[in-house]
Write a protein of this length. Structure first.
Lengths: 300, 345
């Protein structure tokens, strides 16, 4: 045990040099993607009051969809649109078939039922595409700045994620449906009395949430291999960010993504990758103990 | 409170389960090892599921029990492989460790009233944290590939608590463990704590106002539940003679635990056991059916490997939507209604 701890510290090499700066900036770039992932989940929770435990699996479906379309000869942008449509449809189906029947039951049932969908989607992906790692095979290269290197895929992901978030914000702010969605997230009981069709709004929200997963999938196929279990790698991370920012709080989730990604990036550069993640999870648990409603959550 | 009296039906049930290996020996001698292996798995998982249901039935839906089984299994094997401690010491260390972790995570949760979604997601983070730690210490734990406890002598040893080659012995160890699990469940069910926790799960303020120390009650049940799962994890490692971060820890396992219990029935003594029988048999039947039929195998190809998982997931969704009380809960409801109808007519 003693040499285990010593071994850990011998790897500790966090001098503030150029690599450290590189890690911080890479963490920043990762944060954009994580924030986008968290945004979809937060939107769904904020409006429908349901946690999709299988949210990362919806992303996985999107990744396979994009890979399928791209390998089938479609240009990448078209493939991306196809992926987004597939995930939006998946979101609608998920809500219609699985969430709607349990909307009136205890909240924990809603969380668990999507856990069943998680198993189903993973297994279905394995059956359809096998367990092999797949890759769309697009290499964007990387930018080299003062001995630091940043892959263009990450920079692109960061920018598109920010753009996507801005677009959603504008949508919620300026359109009629967006206003209705914001209203219903504030009071689920009153809005139906005001003549808002909550069932339709829930479907629209599920489609948007699914579509955001598809957008994230577009950015992820450029950086990561696709395999059926990829959701287990990202899923817990997304939940952590959402809870840390306050479930349903979109701005909080955005900030939390930046905090968590710094832990991961800097932790990974000092220790092994797993320890970066482990430190992030530890921080999360401590933070939740200090502020149970999330760092930026109001009273629930 | 009164002691636990075993009804005649209970005695017959216990004797029947105790006699199962003899039945296997009589009728399936050729593949005795395989059938016993199935039964042992079912009993060991039943024990772990029962441990989880102690908490789950009071609305404390923990996704963190994959962490506790992992702690129990890894503490046992690591102490044996690297410190030479016998599992007779290693398992208690793992059990205490898991209980302490449960208390550490539980205290703030219960103190600050983290319930529902937040509790589930927080315990999920605990699971992930433990799994990452296991993978991270790969020099000792073998990382994501897992590791094996070192074999001692010919593989059957009291000192090393290794019994895997002797399936009969393994069965009765698992059987004893299962009985312990049921006994603990009954003890909790008949205790004052059960009423306190029932009250707290329905309305915490009201429960606190009549003098129930809600945090303390929840901590007690958490420690107990975590300890049982760690014990199950430790024994499971000794039987399987292999531990991997995804087989005995991790989110997948946590979800499996929750689902099996819900499928079986969350609020009954034998619900978790039925859940274990159901899930293990489902996976095994599908596997055998697919392997046994050339057409199915040809039709599905490699994807046959995931068919049982797909059906499993689908069934879980259907269960939660249409049968949230589980197999046993729904079954007893039907039985009761049938009897009431008879009594009325």
């Amino acid at each position: 045990m003693v040499d285990l701890v010593l071994g850990l510290f011998s790897r500790l090499d966090c001098s503030p040099d150029i690599y450290f700066l590189e890690a911080i900036i890479n963490g920043l770039l990762l944060a954009g993607l994580l924030a986008l992932l968290a945004l979809g989940l937060n939107l769904i929770f904020g409006v429908i009051d349901v946690v999709w435990i299988c949210y990362a699996e919806v992303v996985m479906v999107g990744m396979y969809g994009i890979n399928f379309a791209y390998k089938g000869g479609a240009p990448f942008l078209l493939a991306a649109v196809f992926g987004i449509l597939v995930t939006a449809l998946a979101g609608v189906l998920l809500h219609f078939l699985v969430i709607r029947p349990v909307l009136e039951t205890p909240p924990i049932n809603q969380l668990l039922v999507t856990g069943g969908v998680l198993f189903l989607m993973q297994a279905a992906a394995t059956m359809a595409f096998g367990v092999e790692f797949k890759n769309v095979g697009i290499r964007l290269g990387s930018a080299n700045v003062a001995e630091m290197s940043f892959s263009y895929a990450r920079i692109l992901a960061f920018l598109v994620a920010l753009g996507g978030m801005l677009a959603l914000w504008q949508f919620l702010k300026r359109t009629y449906v967006g206003t209705a969605i914001r209203a219903i997230s504030q009071d689920r009981q009153i809005m139906p009395l005001m003549g808002v069709d909550s069932r339709r709004l829930y479907l629209v929200t599920s489609a948007i949430g699914g579509g955001l997963a598809g957008l994230a999938a577009t950015l992820m196929v450029l950086q990561y291999d696709i395999y059926p279990q990829i959701g287990l790698q990202f899923g817990p991370l997304i939940f952590m960010i959402c809870v840390l920012g306050g479930l349903g709080n979109m701005v909080g989730g955005f900030i939390a993504a930046f905090i968590i990604s710094q832990f991961i990036a800097v932790g990974s550069s000092c220790f092994h990758t797993e320890w970066g993640y482990a430190v992030a999870f530890l921080f999360f648990m401590v933070a939740i103990f200090i502020r149970p409603q999330g760092l930026f959550g109001g009273k629930s | 409170m009164t002691g636990i009296r075993v009804t005649p039906a209970g005695i017959i049930g216990i004797l029947m389960v105790a006699a199962l290996p003899l039945v296997v020996r009589l009728f399936f001698e050729a593949s005795e090892k395989y059938y016993l292996h199935l039964l042992i798995q079912i009993l060991l998982w039943s024990f772990i599921y029962t441990g989880w249901s102690l908490m789950g039935r009071f609305g404390l839906t923990s996704l963190g029990h994959g962490a506790f089984t992992g702690i129990g299994a890894y503490a046992t094997v690591m102490l044996w492989n690297f410190a030479g401690w016998t599992p007779w010491l290693g398992i208690p260390v793992g059990v205490v460790l898991a209980a302490v972790v449960g208390l550490l995570v539980g205290y703030p949760c219960f103190r600050f009233r983290i319930t529902g979604h937040y509790f589930a997601l927080l315990t999920l983070a605990l699971t992930e944290f433990v799994r990452l730690c296991i993978v991270g210490m790969r020099d000792y734990t073998g990382g994501s590939l897992g590791t094996q406890p070192k074999r001692y002598a010919d593989g059957v040893s009291l000192y090393a608590l290794q019994f895997e080659p002797d399936r009969m012995l393994s069965y009765y160890i698992a059987f004893a463990l299962w009985l312990v699990g049921l006994y603990v469940w009954l003890r909790v069910d008949r205790s004052m704590d059960r009423y306190a926790l029932d009250a707290a799960s329905q309305d915490e303020d009201a429960a606190a106002s009549v003098g129930i120390d809600v945090t303390r009650e929840k901590l007690k049940i958490t420690a107990l539940s975590a300890a049982l799962c760690a014990l199950g994890g430790g024994v499971f490692a000794q039987y399987q003679m292999y531990i991997g971060p995804d087989t005995i820890a991790g989110l997948g396992l946590s979800l499996n635990i929750v689902f099996a219990v819900i499928a079986g029935g969350l609020w009954t003594l034998l619900g978790p056991t039925i859940g274990a029988v159901f899930t293990q048999m489902l996976a095994e039947t599908l596997r055998v059916a697919i392997q046994g039929s050339a057409e199915l195998k040809g039709l599905l190809g490699n994807s046959a490997l995931a068919l049982d998982q797909a059906i499993y997931g689908l069934l879980l969704v259907l269960f939660i939507i249409y049968m949230p009380k589980g197999i046993l809960g729904t079954g007893t409801d039907w039985w009761r209604r049938l009897r009431e109808k008879k009594a009325a007519s």
